[in-house]
Design a protein around this ligand. Structure first.
Ligand code: ADP
Ligand code: MG
Length: 265
């Protein structure tokens, strides 16, 4: 998609941690974490509830300032939100008073882009997620899955180098979820953005990502960092849902689940 073009740059976390004050001292939301994510990687971050996944993503997004350590993108410290780092949340956050197209155009419009430019790009973004025919609907007229797709279009219209996704499909039924997973893989194949995808599902992480970062139960720390290679990955095109039934995926899933359990004990 043509747009305010940005070159994807590596994300570097160096000893990043976060503690919050609490009634009995402080709560460690994220133990010191260091990692580098290269442009174009599809990284899944997986771990049990409360282990700091959202905190990690919020630090990358610039919504939360780390207590220690540094987060940089292309060598520049993250010091606030940036349209080059799009964020997709678990619950759709569409403006109910705007049409779907109006929601997608919101960012470009706020940045003063011309009506013609932003209108065309909004339609392109909606086309990418298969929602072009719903451009003039209101959010409440869409299903949950379609609202999530609209949210993704709202991020992609900015042509970000990096897309941060926080359990975007957790609230969806399994069929819609699989459909959106495949669509996301397709989108990633075509656009090659860096994606950081947080999930508590080991299976979802393995199916989507080229690399999986596993976090322990709270206070969360990285306990594994694995490349994911599945049957068919040497073929051109997008991973198919068929890999979900393979022994290779089952074995990886069991291995990572065991790591999480052991770190817990
Ligand atoms: P996850 O997304 O993996 O479920 P979070 O990053 O949301 O985990 O939270 C990690 C831990 O930090 C949890 O124990 C949570 O209660 C705590 N926490 C997160 N945000 C805050 C906050 N704003 N104030 C206090 N504690 C917080
Ligand atoms: Mg979370």
């Amino acid at each position: 998609m043509s747009a305010p073009t940005t070159v994807a740059e590596p994300i570097v976390l160096d000893g990043v941690s976060k503690t919050y004050p609490s009634s009995d001292g402080e709560v460690i939301a994220l133990s010191p974490t260091s990692l580098t994510i290269e442009p174009g990687e599809f990284v899944a971050v997986v771990g049990p509830s409360g282990c700091g996944k959202t905190t990690l993503l919020q630090i990358l997004a610039g919504f939360v300032t780390p207590t220690a350590g540094s987060a940089t993108v292309g060598g520049t410290p993250v010091d606030g939100p940036d349209p080059d780092r799009g964020v997709v949340f678990q619950a759709p956050t569409l403006y109910p008073w705007l049409s779907v197209r109006g929601n997608v155009e919101f960012g470009p419009r706020a940045r003063g882009e011309s009506r013609a430019d932003r209108g065309e790009r909004a339609l392109q973004a909606l086309d990418l997620v298969g929602l072009k025919d719903f451009a003039d609907k209101r959010p409440y007229e869409l299903s949950g899955g379609m609202q999530q797709r609209a949210q993704i279009a709202r991020v992609f219209v900015n042509n970000p180098g990096i897309v941060l996704m926080d359990e975007p499909y957790s609230a969806l039924d399994p069929f819609t979820r699989e459909q959106l997973q495949v669509q996301l893989l397709d989108l990633w194949h075509r656009e090659r953005k860096t994606i950081v995808f947080v999930t508590h599902s080991v299976e979802e992480a393995l199916f989507l990502a080229t690399r999986v970062i596993v976090m322990s139960a709270r206070p969360g720390r990285v306990i594994a960092d694995r490349a994911v290679v599945l049957p068919g990955d040497d073929q051109p095109g997008v991973r198919s849902l068929d890999v979900l039934g393979t022994p290779e995926l089952a074995a990886k899933k069991a291995e990572l689940a065991r790591l999480i359990l052991e770190a817990h004990g």
